[in-house]
Ligand binder design. Structure first.
Ligand code: 13P
Ligand code: SF4
Length: 368
């Protein structure tokens, strides 16, 4: 197929086939109504109106793909305005979502903080389910939508509220910290939440010589390596980050001793031992912005390297990256369905949400 030159002539095409999901009958659909599905066409007007957005991602999205994305991007941005909705997107979202339709992007802590400030009545969370739940916990009066509620997380799936109650019985009086990558049910049972960017600070804020940390065993080990507090860890793991190995990173270093390696703390210890920097997704992005390395291995989910590459084309990314299958469930067609049909609405039992809010707010309110 020939590459499409966006500056060149644009051929009017038939609407792009979009199979709409059946209109939901959620409370949100009844409250805000369902909109007609916009016509999804690629033509000269769409090309012109979206050209500034394609500029942002042209180094990572081939021009031939833009005629497929652009009609969705245009329709989503228009509907977002019509509905007065805001899109919060995690750093692992694909470049066309992260750069072209999101109103706010960030790591889990930044998204949680942003969720406390949102003025719009409708939040569309482009990330995984626990992130949408966190937004709902912090905004019980607002409508929170997730484009695909099957977007889970292996960490969140590794533990239940009942498991936490059993831990309390087994370790009476020991405070419990939950990584935000947990369900509302788990958040409701713990003392405080944390994210990868504030885990050490949260653990040390409790003033206890022992802390239970769940569910990520590797983040727990990383925190334990930085503090005198004794950590009792749950044995969950991120299915994306646990696949990296120290051996593969050593091979990159051997082939280029000047290469820089940065890693997310969900990685196993032998991976972190090879890293020049360890931090949350936002921490890693800031590190690259400041250091501007020539060649970089970013040990995390693949789309984040694309997003940073789009912003900093002079950095060469060497990519032993792994895709998060859950994050990748969120796509432009599903975001459009969310805004048209007001689906899928995040609903949390009010009692659980009230209890969970205490542990999330305790984290959000910690002074930096
Ligand atoms: P961050 O809070 O660092 O963005 O991490 C969230 C996550 O799920 C990483 O896998
Ligand atoms: Fe969960 Fe890992 Fe995906 Fe992050 S990358 S959402 S921790 S499965």
């Amino acid at each position: 197929m020939p590459l499409l030159d966006l500056q060149g002539p644009v051929v009017n095409r038939a609407p792009i086939a979009h199979v709409p999901a059946p209109a939901g009958s959620s409370a949100a659909a009844r409250k805000f109504g369902v909109k007609p599905m916009p016509e999804l066409v690629w033509n000269e007007d769409v090309a012109r109106e979206t050209a500034h957005l394609y500029e942002r991602i042209k180094t990572v999205v081939p021009a031939v793909e833009w005629p497929v994305f652009a009609p969705y991007v245009k329709a989503i941005n228009e509907l977002k305005r019509e509905r007065n909705a805001v899109i919060l997107a995690h750093n692992y979202q694909t470049p066309e979502i992260y750069n072209c339709v999101a109103d706010f992007v960030g790591d889990s802590l930044q998204l949680a903080r942003e969720a406390t400030k949102v003025k719009s009545e409708i939040i569309v969370q482009c990330g995984v389910h626990f992130m949408a739940e966190t937004s709902k916990i912090l905004n019980p009066e607002k409508t929170v939508l997730i484009p695909d509620s099957r977007a889970g997380c292996s960490l969140a799936a590794s533990i239940t509220g009942e498991d936490v109650r059993l831990l309390r019985d087994r370790f009476p009086g020991v405070p419990i910290v939950a990584y935000v990558n947990t369900s509302a049910d788990v958040k409701a049972e713990v003392d405080i939440c944390c994210t990868s960017s504030n885990a050490l600070e949260v653990v040390e804020s409790l003033g206890s010589d022992t802390v239970i940390f769940l569910p990520d065993q590797y983040l727990a080990k990383y925190v334990a390596s930085l503090t005198k507090v004794k950590i009792i860890a749950w044995k969950g793991a991120c299915e994306v980050h646990e696949r990296f190995t120290g051996d593969e990173l050593r091979l990159y270093r051997e082939s280029d001793p000047s290469i820089q390696i940065i890693a997310h703390p969900e990685c196993p210890p032998d991976v972190l031992a090879e890293a020049d920097y360890t931090g949350s997704t936002a921490g890693m992005i800031d590190w690259v912005r400041k250091k501007r390395p020539k060649r970089l291995v970013m040990v995390t989910e693949c789309s984040m390297a694309d997003n940073v590459q789009a912003e900093l084309p002079d950095v060469e990314f060497v990519r032993p990256c792994n895709l998060c299958p859950h994050m990748k469930r969120i796509t432009l067609p599903k975001i459009l369905d969310s805004l048209v049909y007001m689906k899928e609405e995040v609903v949390i039992d009010a009692m659980i949400a009230d209890k969970a809010r205490r542990s999330v707010e305790r984290m959000v309110n910690l002074k930096n």
